[in-house]
Design a protein around this ligand. Structure first.
Ligand code: MN
Ligand code: MN
Length: 456
């Protein structure tokens, strides 16, 4: 084949047996990370646990950092910044990788509990972009925290192990589905009807009221010491129950909840653990709230990032200089070409499974609206770095022009005057309860982040 022609390559055609073994070992570690964290809080807790095992310590304000120091800053337990201090001053720029650890899910309403038809239910308000029909007749687990008025914060986790119960939203039987079938996909299931079944045992006698609610409250009080009013100050969420699993006879794919964006979050974290003292300070961001617009104190529009860098650099006055010379890999998933829905993709610019990390020069929708759009020079830099470091990668675009679109934290980083590009793992069934990612693509994303951290 002529070198003049650009062609995407399947990693299986080039990978050595040794590297394939490393990729498979990496996938096993990644699955453990997925199973340990199904909410942003759980993922942050797990990331801190892993980081501390590798010598990271919480950054204490006022401490002067020196090359080789490994520090982290938790943003109220919901987002995390980690840093390995480089040899150069921070004003010479940072190499940043930013992923998010929140995923689409069903949050409980603040007054969630009710009863009807001899059953107790939780009402929900979905979080992020979901296709609602995918969440019915699906085993669900309850995760989250209840913050009591006395300051105590109680973690909740029910439905993950085989001896625990699961929860579920019911669907209509097809025999009575005539009217439902006439509705559009978006209309057939409404957000206000995603009610989770909690139980069907009454407490008390026939004349008592609220008998089914009371049973639920009795259980929760016994197990967690909470009362119904405590829901007002809770963050409880229903997520798909069960562990990440290998998919396919060849076990080449992982089916899991939350590949978006834990596949990139873990790649960033793992790579940060594997670097020696870099030239430029390496920063790993595990952000919250990406799925709902990156707002809030734990989202990437928050000034918490400036504060963290100012602390490390010795003052807010150094932050703008540091950012001007920094680079950010906005590590977020992209869509993999799906032959079942080929019509939404334009094959020349689509990412394919097992073809490596997907680099997105721009995201946005309808004429690149809302995209930070990395410069040609930035893409050239990625080409050079990844070629030098044996990173399999591919250029990717989120579907055909005018087909839809989406965004990441990229523009919020770029708006800080940080050179930024989107890159991540190609995903099948993105935002579905069970998303699919190939082990090789996950591993190559780790290698890609490693190359960024090591860039001089
Ligand atoms: Mn994402
Ligand atoms: Mn997403």
């Amino acid at each position: 084949m002529s070198d003049l022609i650009y062609k995407k390559r399947n990693i299986y055609d080039t990978i050595t047996p040794e590297e394939l073994a490393r990729a498979n070992a990496y996938a096993e570690e990644y699955k453990l990370f997925l199973n340990a964290g199904k909410t942003e809080r759980e993922s942050v807790t797990e990331a801190i646990r892993i980081a501390e095992e590798h010598g990271f310590v919480p950054y204490e304000r006022g401490t002067q950092v020196k090359p080789g120091d490994k520090v982290y800053k938790s943003l109220r337990g919901k987002a995390l910044f980690l840093a390995v201090i480089g040899n150069l001053p921070l004003t010479e720029g940072l190499n940043i990788a930013g992923a998010h650890v929140d995923s689409p899910r069903l949050d409980l309403k603040q007054v969630p509990l009710y009863e009807d038809g001899g059953m107790a239910y939780f009402r929900t308000h979905y979080y992020g972009g979901i296709k609602k029909y995918q969440w019915v007749t699906l085993p669900l687990a309850l995760h989250g925290v209840v913050a009591k008025a006395n300051g105590e914060v109680v973690p909740v986790n029910i439905g993950e192990s085989d001896d625990e119960p699961i929860f579920m939203i019911s669907d209509l039987l097809p025999h009575l589905g005539r009217d439902q079938n006439k509705k559009t996909l978006g209309e057939a299931f409404t957000g206000e009807n995603l009610h989770i079944i909690l139980g069907s045992t009454p407490t008390g006698g026939e004349k008592d009221s609220d008998r089914f609610r009371l049973t639920v409250l009795n259980f929760l009080h016994e197990k967690y010491g909470i009362i119904e009013e405590d829901f007002l100050s809770a963050e409880l969420t229903a997520v798909p129950a069960g562990a990440a699993r290998d998919l396919g006879l060849d076990r080449s794919i992982i089916a899991a909840y939350g590949h978006d964006d834990r596949s990139c979050a873990f790649a960033e974290l793992r790579a940060l653990l594997d670097i020696e003292t870099p030239e430029k300070t390496a920063i790993c961001i595990l952000a919250d709230k990406e799925e709902v617009g990156s707002d809030g104190v734990s989202g990437m529009q928050s000034s918490a990032f400036e504060t963290f860098i100012a602390d490390l650099a010795g003052g807010l006055c150094f932050v703008a200089q540091a950012f001007e010379k920094s680079f950010c890999l906005s590590a977020d998933v992209c869509n993999a070409f799906d032959p079942n829905f080929a019509e939404v993709s334009e094959k020349s610019n689509a990412a394919f499974i097992n073809h490596g990390m997907g680099i997105m020069k721009f995201t946005g929708s309808g004429g690149k609206s809302g995209a930070s759009d990395a410069s040609a020079e930035t893409v050239a830099k990625i080409r050079r770095l990844f070629a030098e470091n044996g990173v399999a990668w591919q250029l990717a675009e989120l579907g055909k022009v005018d087909q839809g679109g989406g965004g990441t934290i990229a523009k919020y980083m770029a708006n800080r005057n940080i050179e930024t590009i989107d890159a991540g793992v190609p995903i099948l069934s993105m935002h579905a309860p069970w998303e699919l990612a190939s082990k090789l693509d996950c591993y190559m994303t780790y290698k890609g982040v490693l190359a960024i951290y090591g860039d001089k």
